[in-house]
Design a protein around this ligand. Sequence first.
Ligand SMILES: Cc1cc2nc3c(=O)[nH]c(=O)nc-3n(C[C@H](O)[C@H](O)[C@H](O)COP(=O)(O)O)c2cc1C
Length: 180
Amino acid sequence: MKLLAFAATNSRNSINRALVEYAANRLKSSFQPDADIEIIDLNDYEMPIYSIDREQETGIPAAARDLFAKIGAADGIIVSFAEHNGLVTAAWKNAFDWMSRIDGKVWQDKPMVMLAASPGPRAGANVLASQEMLTPFFGGEIRGTLGIGTWSEAWDAANSTLLRAEDSAALDETLVKLAA
Ligand SMILES: Cc1cc2nc3c(=O)[nH]c(=O)nc-3n(C[C@H](O)[C@H](O)[C@H](O)COP(=O)(O)O)c2cc1C
């Protein structure tokens, strides 16, 4: 099983990147030892802000095509969404908009687990709710979602691990659905 994992944010010290890396390692070590997991960084897919004029003048950027191809090549996806003002980050929305011009089924019928890490107690509930609602329309097969809130209390940065037993258990429960 070839899995693609990434955080939907362009922040360099991303808490969602920490979570998605942890989740990917956990999936491999506990549930899917033969998984071939590639973790990508959205910063490696920088692209101009979408506009219909830009698309007509210069076409779809190579970075959008490359990212779309990465999704297409995977058997499953783990994505962790940063929440900006209740929604996905501008960087991810932009990449998504460009990719949707290649094919509206951006997620290409892939099974996926959607995570969110947030400094606040709501654990990215808004961004996850919007993605849960929209993802099926864009060809994503959601196997599970999980938000981890109050990140500074949830995460042991020195040891790169989740601190609360209930978060670890919930993550395992979610990941096992992707491995199934
Ligand atoms: C413009 C902006 C808007 C934000 N809005 C929210 C929000 O609506 N909900 C939330 O929980 N955190 C919000 N935050 C805090 C982010 O969750 C926090 O910066 C987090 O580290 C982002 O994830 P990342 O580190 O993976 O990029 C916001 C941060 C920024 C910069």
